[in-house]
Ligand binder design. Sequence first.
Ligand code: SAH
Length: 273
Amino acid sequence: MGPEPRQNGPGKIYLVGFGPGAAEHLTTRAARAIRESDVVVGYTTYIELVKDFLVDKEVIQTGMQEEVGRAARAVEMARQGRTVSVISSGDAGVYGMAGLVFEVLGEQGWKPGDGLEVEVVPGVTALCSVASLLGAPLVHDFASISLSDLLTPWEVIAERIEAAARADYVIVLYNPKSGRRTRQIAEAQKIISRYRAPATPVGIVKSAYRQGQQVAVTDLAHMLDHDIGMLTTLIIGNSTTYRIGDLIVTPRGYKSKYDLSKTARKGEGEGEL
Ligand code: SAH
């Protein structure tokens, strides 16, 4: 059993992103939020990833697709005066639990300042951790698209892929494939290929900063030959993205303005980098 409620009034909900997986990529604030919590709620695999932080906590683990129950339970416990961390991988606000918890609260008529406190604790989202393993593919504008059509109709997803491809965004694909859902990634590749060269660099990262990490750099024509699953994120370059060995770089445009073989002069930049 976890500790008893610490307060009598309404409690607090932390919506915590714990980053890609390894403890050193979990922020100090996220660690403190989990430590301060009486209850930690999350998908079983995620609970496993943060188990070192869970000594003396009540832990509520649930399976996939039990998100609604998980969110409702977290709200209920916080209303009883407890401090509850709802954990998501990466960032809780990027395809994570943050939105659903706010939706459940909204249905109950909750508003900020109503007593029950909610704090979103930012985390390192997959696109950042995946990009870091690939070099610098996201240095220019990018679009992030989830290929999961469980909650979003495929027509909407396909339209967004097409729009992003047409507008030459670097494209990040979350939730590319699962055991039952295999068609979407092939369709996405087909749509993007209408607008981009077959040699466009593509980075495929599975389980970034977790056990079983795999990094592959390939191109648009060959991306489907690689192992892609539920724990994979893909980054598809734009028309200027290029490779340096096994790394992918999207230029910001400095080369058109500066001679990069010389040391850049100070004060010529475009503000903070
Ligand atoms: N809230 C999470 C995203 C959850 S959606 C975040 O901000 O990162 C689940 C998808 O995230 C997976 O299908 C995969 O595409 C991506 N993902 C999450 N963790 C990952 C990791 N460690 N390595 C690669 N992709 C990851």
